[in-house]
Design a protein. Sequence first.
Length: 545
Amino acid sequence: MQKLRLSLLIISLLLFGHSIKVLSQNSSSIFDLPHLARHGTATQLIVDGKPFLMLAGELGNSSASSLDYMEPNWIKLKKMHLNTVLVPVYWELIEPTEGSFDFTLVDGAVYAARENNLRIVFLWFGTWKNSMSCYAPYWIKSGENRFPRARTKDRKVEEILTPFSDENMNTDARAFAALMKHICAMDTKKHTVIMVQVENEIGMIPDARDYCDLANGAFSKGVPSELMTYLLKDRDSSSLELRKLWQDAGFKTSGTWEEVFGSSLQTDELFMAWYFAKYTNYVAEAGKKEYPLPMYVNAALIRPGYKPGQYPSAGPLPHLFDIWKLAAPEIDFLSPDIYFKNFAEWTEKYARPDNPMFIPEAANFQSIANAYYAFAQENAMGYSPFSIESLDPDNSQVTKGYDVLRQLEPLILENQGTDKIASVLIDSVNQKAQVKIGDYLINVRHEYSWPYAVRSGVDTPRVGGMIIMLSPDEFLIAGSGIVVTFQSATDDSTAGIAGMEEGKFVDGKWIAGRRMNGDQDNQGRQMHLPGGTFGIQKVKLYKYK
């Protein structure tokens, strides 16, 4: 391992010295960089010229800080059928001394990913990680006069670098640009690194805004002309939340933040969101000048009843989309970290025509049926349980669920953005659902509604699945723990099951298994995908009166 470290350090120094210059992703190039492209109503990630579905997992916060720790974990990740790993990059470890960079950990992750046929999304733990500045280098933490911090309303200094400091912003941007320059030099041809997250779960706590002198000075100035121009151009184009604040304050055309939006925690949050977004955009822009990969930011979501400051105020949250989109055009999309039970509700808030869907963090103990829903219903580019390396690949639902999703990947990508794919989530709150595809209504309910289903425990687990229409009368249904019935959507005829089979895809070809007529389809009345595992069944329907 010592030889590996030395080799990686030498390679890092050599590569850093001669970055390969590439054209922007919107221009023709001998290298087809990873980029985003529209497909119907969906936005997909294109890697090596083809759509790519990220069956991902995010490493625990500290896991990527040690090559020794990660060495046995790479094979585990491959065994879980992942194709992408979200890997932190720690500012304090790549720039331990100002201006001197060490990319040993970055290179180690890239080479290990290549050996295991995995892609990487790097997470830049720069100025902010979960609101705090815990990954800033020591020379920044100990240099408060040069690198000012945020302060609470009662003037208490925080472990948060203020976004109102040009010195903070420029220093972060230089480090991030160095990282992207290095990735460009080592990975332009391989495309192991396909995307980058800029900062992590930005937000202010425990107050809604920063009260340092720089922040107070900015707050007392007029609302930036760029934002006022946006508001004045079309009042109805802004979000309901933003428009209501402006309306309640009298639709003023200029003034300070409180004059234009009123005095409230919501105004404090708008103010902070603007400057967080501007700061992040500056960092992203510096990185894209070196290597223009797709870049995003992630959001810590709001607990019910919490107010700004109780949750990380001013992050890339749904009610702040106007601010973030306007102030941070270099950020390609905003993403939710979903640890709450109302998964579908949060994905719906982020799945907007102007915002590609990606779930960079989800609780690893939640049902992997969430991934099926995200891919099929919300056209997600990827899904990523957190602390993925902590799971046992031999017993994880992620392994079972991703195994099926890997088989379905070509069909999912082909049908995203069309009306030929849909999904449902079923749990104790929503125990049944109905979707229309083509000429059929497909009814899905929890398998516990069927007396012959095997039960595990007393709770009703979350289950679900996706439906893909292969032809007007033929469907693939994949998932776990559901019972499915069919009816005509066009007339009063009865939808019958002509045939049903379980199976799997091998090298893209459907290999049929058991014929599921008889007891398995309840004598032609339903399909059952048992819980505890994930499977695929193909059904051919017909109509009769």
